[in-house]
Ligand binder design. Structure first.
Ligand code: NAD
Length: 525
């Protein structure tokens, strides 16, 4: 631990606006000792928070929700400056999502935290009463990415706090201000500052959080980092939720309204400059409408307004940093070299700034291309034709990722039937990405896209440990299955098997009679 502290000593996170290069903040990286101290403070504050009634806890959430609502504009502009996404997008896909997630937690926490009876089917266990009690873990660690710098940690924090946990967040080194804003708003709402702390830093600070003695980790980020984090967590048997990358397919059937489907593909491929875990990263279009689809896409891409997201007319901003841009360029180059048709974009927009890349359309992409195999996370829409429904399903499933998918058709039943055959955590019919804004819906992936769920009641369930409490209602009676084994016991046990599982009513009644007749064994200890 001391070496890690030394490694980050003196290191700064330099937070810059990806659209302009302006330095927004320089914040020292937290070392292992600071992270541990934050977790210790959180642990000390948590029991009192857990003891509060749900009603008192959600009062804080309500105040937070109101102050976020009242500061929508300034928080959205902060997100825009830090991440590059258009302000309108920051409002729609971050602030609205968080306001609604708060509403969901406020509405759900009471019922969720109420003890849940567990009725016993087994006749032999009828003299007992069981309940499930839900208890917070204690301190939840959250490691977050830069692409949804506010909503990702906020939604998880709201669920964790509602059920009585304390939280320590390690935001992305590229977007720490959004998480610090979340912390500020929670403090304004009256939350004890020790119950939500933010430790700023790079990967080492994240690693220090994994090793700090937190009780559960909610990690959102790339598959590569997710695997490293899971290895570290396994050594401590630390429970983790992993929300990782995606390569979401969009299947366009021949009966669609082409205007609607192409507008959907445009938004799904290019919102947040394609840097959304749920972005459309592969588009499969039925051959009968393939060329018409491409023509319409070229036209619509040409009309997209790219620039600094602070300008309300702008629809697509820059990429987060030069490294992301280099990945995008490499994927496009690889695709073109292997025979894809470049129909739009395919170049940097240096005239706008260093991190801008033109919205790009690639046609005739094939399964071996990097743009189909790896997560691109940029403004690229790769499109390929298919002939049969089965071929489209096979293409969609031919990926190591399984976060989400979408099916486009006017025939809802057909769409839903296809959805059931796609290996992904979410499948939407005639929309994409917006599932992230449905607070009741669980969010998470199949295959390499992750483990566990955030959002909705399943996300809340990840924030609690379940305790089963069982009371015997006949405390003066020794149980028939306790010691006192012998031939009598054996007969009695056999009779019980017949009583419970005998073939037909006669066998069961006979078994029941024999069981009750032999309850009093002489040899009981
Ligand atoms: P990343 O994996 O590079 O970083 C994620 C976080 O992990 C950052 O805070 C980073 O500092 C931290 N980190 C890095 N090394 C670490 C280590 N060794 N130990 C602990 N923490 C460490 O991901 P990114 O580039 O910030 O985000 C983009 C990725 O996130 C994409 O793959 C995207 O698909 C994924 N993502 C997934 C979801 C989802 O819900 N499934 C949502 C958003 C983003």
């Amino acid at each position: 631990m001391a070496t890690e502290t030394q490694a980050v000593l003196g290191k700064m996170v330099v937070d810059t606006n990806p659209a302009t290069g302006e330095v927004l903040a320089e914040i020292p990286c937290a070392g292992a000792e600071e992270v541990q101290a934050a977790v210790r403070r959180a642990r000390a504050a948590q029991p009192a928070w857990q003891r509060l009634s749900v009603a008192k806890r959600i009062t804080v959430l309500r105040k937070f929700q109101h102050s976020l609502r009242d500061r929508t504009r300034e928080v959205a502009e902060l997100i825009c400056r830090e991440s590059g996404k258009p302000t309108a997008e920051a409002i729609a896909t971050e602030i609205l999502v968080v306001l609604d997630a708060a509403e969901f937690c406020i509405r759900t926490a009471h019922r969720f935290m109420r003890d849940q009876p567990v009725p016993h089917g087994n006749l032999a266990m009828k003299s007992k009463r069981g309940v499930l009690a839900r208890e917070p873990y204690g301190v939840i660690g959250i490691i977050a990415p830069w692409n949804y710098p506010f909503s990702t940690p906020a939604v998880e924090t709201l669920a964790a706090l509602a059920v009585g946990n304390a939280v320590v967040i390690k935001p992305s080194e590229f977007t720490p201000l959004a998480a610090l804003e979340l912390q500020k708003l929670m403090r304004l709402a009256g939350l004890d500052p020790d119950l939500l702390q933010v430790v700023v830093g790079e990967g080492l600070t994240g690693a220090a959080l994994v090793e700090s003695g937190i009780d559960k980790l909610i990690f959102t980020g790339s598959v590569a980092t997710g695997k490293r984090v899971a290895e570290m967590a396994a050594r401590r048997l630390l429970p983790v939720v992993l929300e990782l990358g995606g390569k979401d397919p969009m299947i366009v059937l021949p009966d669609v309204d082409l205007d609607v489907a192409t507008s959907g593909a445009l938004w799904g491929g290019f919102m947040n400059a394609g840097q959304t875990c749920l972005s459309v990263e592969r588009c499969y279009v039925h051959r009968s409408i393939y060329e018409a689809f491409l023509r319409m896409m070229i036209d619509k891409i040409g009309r997209l307004r790219v620039g600094n997201g602070l300008d309300s007319e702008v629809e697509m901003g820059p990429l987060i940093h030069a490294r992301q841009l280099a990945v995008v360029e490499a994927h496009v180059d690889d695709a073109v070299r292997r025979g894809a048709r470049l129909l739009a974009g395919g170049r940097r927009l240096i005239e706008l700034g260093e991190n801008f890349y033109a919205p790009t359309l690639l046609a005739d992409v094939t399964p071996e291309m990097r743009v189909i195999r790896e997560e691109t996370f940029g403004p690229i829409l790769p499109v390929a034709p298919f002939d049969t429904e089965q071929e489209a399903i096979d293409l969609a499933n031919d990926s190591e990722f399984g976060l989400a998918a979408s099916v486009w058709t006017r025939d809802r039943k057909r769409g839903e039937a296809i959805a059931r055959q796609i290996k992904a955590g979410t499948v939407m019919i005639n929309d994409m990405i917006s599932c992230f804004g449905i607070s009741e819906a669980p969010h998470g992936g199949f295959k390499q896209s992750g483990i566990g769920r955030t959002h909705g009641e399943m996300g809340m369930a990840e924030m609690v440990q379940v305790k089963y409490i069982d009371s015997d209602l006949l405390p003066n009676m020794k149980k028939v299955w306790w010691y006192g084994y012998g031939s009598q016991f054996q007969e009695q046990a056999q009779a019980l098997v017949q009583a419970l599982f005998g073939r037909g009513i006669v066998a069961r009644l006979k078994g029941a009679l024999l069981t009750s007749g032999s309850v009093r064994r002489k040899t009981r200890i």
